[in-house]
Design a protein around this ligand. Structure first.
Ligand code: PEP
Ligand code: MG
Length: 566
């Protein structure tokens, strides 16, 4: 038996066969010409390949259980049979004697570039054309079709990392668990796994060396992958299934055993997310990532369109708190109308609130749209800015929100500078929300996307916990100086780790916001501890020498985790 350990990012135990994502298709050599094939035969082969890809995509669209995935597949199927694209490629075969894969590659690349130059909706189609290009070239070369592998029996999917386009078609009924060799615990692949409630492990070095078809046991809580699973592993899986009842019931109230209230909120990005979060019992929204409504757009959405989107989200939370975050573009979430993708070091670049300096006007218009959506609904809107580094930025943001008629301004604490100046910042704004994903990457100087730094990029790092402590102390100082009640929330992925959630509450955090899938497990563990215990566990964690030691020390004191399989 071989045991590998990565970083568990979504709890769950399964046994299944490993299937890896096919390698990305590479560009056929420039000038690759026909060898022993007549141009007519090559054109016919191209058309057959297109027909086969189209038929396969249609079959997958019909089998898809999710409407979004079916729509993506249907539009890709149409593109695979696009007459103009195939005609253009055929011309290159006959006129230049190019091999069909090279001809198709060139035709599709030109087509995608034209679409990009048109901008707007047309530009969004460029990625679809590139997707079709990869599928057709693979078909012509006799390679497996790119994207999530298809097979009848559910399997454990492994990959280096997943592209956003792959995630759209990932069917949780077919994929038992996700194991990546790259990606960090705060990467967007990890966030996606949590959204789907899919057991997942990232940064599992060595997983790429396990042969496809090998049976493995995966534990998304401990980050363990074991080959040759036996009766012991089967018992662990059975125990996980048996404890489902205790994990699944969230009654809509986050509370400690002594009655201390810890409101549990949801992180959402779209109106559908908001509906799902409300259905899961979320007590409000602690983070609305507005950039998720407009990813891939190369033009600023109009105020009207924004009002429509935000209203649709707020409607799910009438009478409840919804923390709307202004656009957080940059780094791994580029918005072409706000950010420069050619920055050499984008995580430290013009991102989040900083784009108000480079592209003024967008933020003011967004605040206007948020205010109009608030007026149209009964939700209690709080509004916050991402990537704040100075007190003056917080002060300026508060002025802008007031000018837009918004009543409750706040900022994210994602930089160490904001954590250590929280007392000053909270003289100007009413609340802060700790974005532990970025706060970890900036405190530890470790890129959140890099699997090789997963050990540093872990919110259990005592230094990160001290940043949380400093923020809470800052809020208490601001209150003591007469600033009024100051809410400190956590909306990073740390809040969804049930053991870490206890530590955060023990450090003095008031609210926790997470993917709705995480609510029930966090609620179940919080219900088992009182505030005094949470405080001593927080003190214990802060004193440890590493993230692993902090997690192990706290987990050892929380037997409820093992009972629930978390
Ligand atoms: C964070 O940094 O913790 C956060 C919640 O923001 P995002 O993950 O969207 O960067
Ligand atoms: Mg962030």
């Amino acid at each position: 038996m071989q045991t590998l350990t990565g970083v568990g990012v979504c709890a769950g135990r399964v046994i299944g066969e490993l299937v890896s994502m096919p390698e990305p298709v590479s560009e056929p050599a420039e000038g690759l010409t026909l060898r022993d094939e007549e141009p007519e035969a090559a054109v016919a082969r191209l058309q057959e390949a297109a027909a086969a890809v189209k038929a396969e995509l249609k079959r997958r669209a019909e089998a898809a259980t999710e409407k979004d995935a079916a729509d993506v597949l249907k539009s890709t199927a149409l593109m695979a049979g696009d007459k103009a694209l195939l005609k253009n490629a055929a011309k290159r075969i006959t006129a230049k004697q190019l091999a069909p894969e090279r001809a198709l590659w060139e035709a599709a690349t030109d087509y995608a570039e034209q679409m990009r130059s048109l901008g707007g909706y047309m530009a969004e189609r460029a990625a679809d054309i590139e997707d079709v290009r990869a599928r057709l070239v693979s078909q012509l070369q006799g390679l497996p079709m790119p994207g999530i592998p298809q097979q009848d029996t559910p399997f454990v999917l492994t990959a280096e990392d997943l592209a956003p386009a792959d995630t759209a078609t990932l069917d949780p009924a077919k994929v038992l668990a996700l194991v990546t060799s790259g990606g960090g615990p705060q990467s967007h692949t990890a966030i996606l796994a949590r959204n789907l409630g899919l057991p997942a492990i990232v940064a599992a070095r060595g997983v790429a060396d396990i042969a496809d078809g090998t049976a493995v046991f995966v534990d998304g809580a401990t980050g363990e992958i074991r080959t040759e699973p036996g009766a012991g592993e089967q018992e662990l899986v059975d125990a996980w299934v048996r404890s489902a009842g205790a994990r699944s019931a969230f009654d809509g109230r986050g509370v400690l055993s002594d009655g201390t209230e810890v409101p549990l909120l949801a992180n959402v990005g779209t109106p559908e997310d908001a509906r799902a979060a409300a259905a899961a019992g979320a007590q409000g929204v602690g983070l609305l990532r507005t950039e998720f409504c407009f990813l891939g757009r190369d033009k600023e959405p109009s105020v009207e369109e924004q009002v429509e989107q935000y209203t649709a989200i707020l409607e799910s939370f009438a009478g409840k708190k919804v923390v709307v975050r202004t656009l957080d573009a940059g780094a791994d979430k580029p918005l072409p109308f706000l950010t420069d993708i050619a920055e050499p070091n984008p995580a430290l670049g013009v991102r989040g609130y900083r784009t108000d300096r480079t592209v003024p006007g967008v933020l003011a218009r967004q605040l206007e749209a948020i205010a109009r959506a608030e007026e149209a609904t009964d939700a209690q809107v709080w509004v916050m800015a991402p990537m704040i580094a100075t007190t003056s930025e917080a002060r300026d943001f508060a002025q802008m929100t007031a000018a837009a008629g918004l009543r409750v301004p706040g900022v994210m604490v994602e930089t160490p500078s904001a954590a250590v100046t929280a007392d000053q910042i909270l003289r100007h704004v009413d609340f802060v929300s700790l974005g532990t994903n970025d706060l970890t990457q900036y405190t530890m100087a470790a890129d959140r996307m890099l699997g090789s730094l997963a050990e540093l990029n872990n919110p259990w790092q005592p230094a990160v916990l001290r940043m949380v402590q400093s923020t809470v102390e800052g809020a208490r100082r601001a209150e003591a100086e007469g600033a009024g009640p100051r809410n400190v929330g956590v909306c990073g992925e740390a809040a969804a780790d049930p053991a870490l959630a206890v530590v955060l509450v023990g450090l003095g955090v008031h609210t926790l916001s997470m993917s709705p899938r995480g609510l029930s497990a966090v609620a179940a563990v919080l219900r088992s501890v009182d505030l005094g215990t949470a405080q001593s566990l927080a003190a214990l964690a802060v004193e440890q020498a590493s993230a692993e030691e902090a997690a192990a020390a706290v987990r050892a004191e929380l037997p409820v985790l093992a009972e629930l399989g978390l």
